[in-house]
Design a binder for this molecule. Structure first.
Ligand code: ZN
Length: 141
């Protein structure tokens, strides 16, 4: 398949894991924040179910936790290299302050990406047959 979008671009663009074309979230922007986590029932492009089963996304708490730890480690690396850790000049508090501020700011994105990653773990590219949502769109299951 020539126009197969790559895995990283699919994840970064929050695209459906099955076709990597349809958006996983209803709104492209995280604003309004209230609707940040809104997802269509099915991918608008290929019809892939976005919530595989009721409560499917409960497990994403662990994913967003892991992502948060990743951010903290990432900060520790560049901060350690650029500034260095010391109790004497309070730099460790700077590190903690920066990391906490970053995590708060990134929280909406982390929450979104944890769902994206979670669905990618269960749905492989092209695993569902390509079928655009039928006329009715609202399937009762
Ligand atoms: Zn799709």
């Amino acid at each position: 398949m020539a126009d197969r979008p790559s895995l990283p671009s699919g994840i970064l663009g929050m695209k459906c894991p099955n076709c990597r074309k349809g958006n996983m979230y209803t709104n492209k922007s995280i604003f309004p924040l209230k609707e940040m986590m809104l997802m269509p029932d099915r991918c608008p492009v290929c019809g892939q179910k976005m919530e595989l089963e009721v409560g499917f996304y409960y497990g994403t708490g662990y994913v967003s936790y892991a992502l948060s730890v990743g951010v903290a480690i990432f900060n520790a690396l560049w901060f350690g290299l650029a500034v260095g850790f010391s109790w004497k000049n309070n730099s460790i508090w700077w590190y903690l302050g920066i990391t906490v501020a970053m995590l708060l700011l990134l929280q909406p994105l982390l929450m979104r990406y944890s769902r994206v990653l979670y669905l990618y773990m269960f749905v492989k590219y092209g695993s569902s047959p390509h079928r655009p949502p039928a006329d009715g769109q609202h399937s009762v299951e």
